[in-house]
Design a protein around this ligand. Structure first.
Ligand SMILES: [Zn+2]
Length: 321
C-alpha cells in the first residue's frame, strides 16, 4: 500500500508534468522507405517514452545510415535477430531514395551493419537477447566504441534502460550470422562451406514504458505458445507490433490468429509485410496488409513512414492513427 505521503509526492510530480502518468503516451514513429507509405523493407520503428527515452527497433535497410536526420537522439537499439533486413547489411542512399516498390538501398553497411553504425554514432545501448551481445560488443570495440554498451536481456530476464524495461521472448525463426560480418579467412571459409555464424536464437521483445504501456514486438516468428503463456499471461502486452509477411514469418492469417487468440492486445501495428502495403497512404486492395487488417479483431494501425502514432497505457491509439 502506498503511504499518503508517497501518494502526495506522486500527485505532485504528475501535476508538475501537467499530465497524469496514465494519460501520458508513447510515441511510435516508423522510419520506412517512403514518407507516408508502408513499403516492403519497412521494419524500423522509434518508440519515444513519455520521459524522452528513444528506442530504435530493427533499423534494417530503410534508415539511411547513422546520419539519417530522422533518427534524432537514440538511446537504445533493439535487434530482434541478425538477418540483413533487421540488422541492416545495406541501407537507403538517403531517406525516401528510390520508390516504395524499388528502394535505392545501394549503400553497403558491411562489415559493421546499420545497427552498429547507429549505436556508435549515438553512443546508444544495444539491448539483445540470446547470444547476440558478444557480437555487438566485439563490433563496438573494433570501432573504438564502448563494448559495455552492448547489454544482455536473455529469456526470462529484463534490463531497464532510461526508464524502459526491456525483456526478450522467444521467436520461432533462424538467426544465422552472414559470414561477411565475420570476414577474414574464417568468414571466407564459412561462406565457401555455406554455413552461417551461430549467435543463438532469434528473439522478440516486450517493452514496459514509464506510463505503464506494455508492447510486444514479435520480430520474425512463427506461432508460439509463449505468445499466450508469456506475452499475454505474464507480461500482459496491450500493443503488439506483428510481422505479417508470410514465407519468412507468419502470414496474414497466422498473424491474425496470434493477435486474436493468443496475445489479445488492444491494438496492433502491422510490420514486415514484404510488399507495397499502401498507395497514397491507403491500404492497397488485395494486399497482405489488407488481409491482416480485415482478419484482426482489434484495430490494426498501418505504419506509414514518418507519421507518429501515440499510445496510452491501455494500448489505445490516442493520436496519429
Ligand atoms: Zn525479416
Amino acid at each position: 500500500m502506498k503511504s499518503p505521503n508517497r501518494l502526495f509526492a506522486t500527485a505532485g510530480l504528475c501535476a508538475a508534468l501537467a499530465v497524469p502518468a496514465f494519460a501520458q503516451t508513447v510515441k511510435v514513429t516508423p522510419l520506412g522507405g517512403i514518407e507516408g507509405e508502408f513499403c516492403p523493407q519497412d521494419r524500423a520503428l522509434v518508440f519515444e517514452d513519455p520521459n524522452g527515452t528513444r528506442v530504435l527497433y530493427d533499423p534494417g535497410r530503410t534508415v539511411a545510415g547513422a546520419s539519417d536526420p530522422r533518427l534524432g537522439k537514440i538511446d537504445i537499439l533493439l535487434v530482434s535477430h541478425m538477418h540483413g533486413d533487421h540488422l541492416g547489411n545495406a541501407h537507403n542512399k538517403a531517406p525516401n531514395a528510390g520508390s516504395c516498390a524499388e528502394p535505392d538501398m545501394s549503400v553497403s553497411a558491411m562489415p559493421n551493419s546499420v545497427a552498429v553504425n547507429i549505436a556508435l554514432a549515438k553512443n546508444a545501448k544495444i539491448v539483445t537477447g540470446s547470444e547476440m551481445p558478444p557480437f555487438f560488443a566485439a563490433k563496438l570495440r573494433a570501432n573504438g566504441g564502448n563494448p559495455a554498451n552492448s547489454m544482455l536481456a536473455r529469456f526470462g530476464g529484463s534490463v531497464t534502460v532510461g526508464g524502459v524495461r526491456i525483456a526478450t521472448v522467444t521467436a520461432m525463426h533462424s538467426n544465422g550470422l552472414d559470414p561477411d560480418y565475420i570476414g577474414g579467412e574464417l568468414g571466407k571459409a564459412m561462406k565457401e562451406a555455406g554455413i552461417a555464424g551461430d549467435v543463438g536464437l532469434a528473439t522478440g521483445y516486450v517493452l514496459r514504458f514509464s506510463n505503464g504501456l506494455v508492447a510486444y514486438l514479435s520480430g520474425d516468428t512463427g506461432v508460439t505458445a509463449d505468445q499466450e503463456k508469456v506475452v499475454r499471461d505474464l507480461y500482459q502486452a496491450k500493443l503488439t507490433v506483428m510481422n505479417i509477411g508470410d514465407g519468412f514469418t507468419t502470414g496474414p492469417a497466422e498473424a491474425a490468429y496470434v493477435v486474436n487468440e493468443l496475445v489479445k492486445p488492444a491494438s496492433v501495428i502491422a510490420s514486415h509485410a514484404n510488399e507495397v502495403g499502401t498507395v497514397g497512404g491507403k491500404v492497397r486492395p488485395g494486399s497482405k496488409t489488407e488481409a491482416f487488417v480485415k482478419a484482426a479483431k482489434m484495430p490494426v494501425h498501418v505504419p506509414l513512414s514518418g507519421r507518429t502514432m501515440e499510445f496510452d497505457a491501455t494500448g489505445k491509439c490516442t493520436a496519429g492513427c
